[in-house]
Design a protein around this ligand. Sequence first.
Ligand SMILES: *Cc1c(COP(=O)(O)O)cnc(C)c1O
Length: 377
Amino acid sequence: MHLETLAIHAGQPPDPAHGAVMPPIYQTSTFAFKAVGQPGEFDYTRSGNPTRKALEECLAALEGGAHAFSFASGMAAVSVALALLESGDHVLVHDDLYGGTYRYLTGVTANLGVGVDFVNMRDLDALQAAIRPNTRLLWTETPTNPLMNLQDLEAIADIARARGVRTITDNTFASPCNQRPLDLGIDISLHSMTKYINGHSDVIAGALIVRDDAIAERLKFLQNATGTALSPFDSFLVLRGIKTLPLRVEAHNANALAMAHWLREQPQVAQVLHPGLPEHPQHQLAQRQMRGVGGTFSFRMKSGEAAVRLLNRVRLHTLAESLGGVESLIEHPFTMTHASMPEEVRRAVGITEEMIRISVGIEHIDDLIADLAQAMA
Ligand SMILES: *Cc1c(COP(=O)(O)O)cnc(C)c1O
């Protein structure tokens, strides 16, 4: 079935108890046993809950996975994925990635006896050379935040498979509508569902989606053991948001591409980083790997002062972190989302004062462009 249909129906048959058409919120911590030694399908909400199960079945269907696990945040999903590693293992990470993931890898994982190395995975020879005998995981994120670099997931998955290494992709920016990493050979797809999947900026949530039964079994154990699972109420909200995901992503894709085309004509703008533009160095890869490029991208003004001035003058766009909601958000990665990266790392990768990241919402594009025009005037 198509994504539009799966988003509305997968995991969500009418509720067996009363025929409710929408999955009920099973707001309970515990479930009655039938008799000693005879639990029902669920016993305790940390380990399983019907509302969360509906969401997880829907997520698995959308990504072409066999199993999905939902978590209290994207970072909870990151922490559980990294808990697949053990002391003595080594993880290779694409060198430009979400600031919170960088902080977790360097501030938590690296202190647990797990080797963490960063490598530019656009360079496949450098990637090959960086794999060690104890490398267990390759961590990708594409497109990257906020630099909009892509990694070739199919090529990376091939390299990893030949070396017996697992792969994970942070698919938050793309959403399952624009990119399906499991179809490209990646083992684990990760989402901050706080962004496009929920889409309404009212929930913090994360997900991991896999095909492999053995990885799924371990993730199921870790979800319960770490107590990081998503609550029934938040599961319901995300499931409600998902129903319109394909429609929303289409609107985000179109608005962001139109905005990128407008921005590159503005004399105050030095560079637009949007893989849908033909001058983007990985435009061909974007066309091959993604159905659409998404609603979030970055651009550089001619100076840091010009960037700050624009950010302080927008009216319809909200100056805020996060992305992927129906409303347009705009921010300054250097001082906001990426402030947790050491300054020399930010500068080395190109996250500098003149950069602006925009999450183009689904308002009318003419109103959004008019707002940026007045802010630049
Ligand atoms: C937001 C985000 C995360 C972290 O998710 P939270 O829901 O904020 O914990 C991870 N990766 C990417 C790419 C993100 O944008």
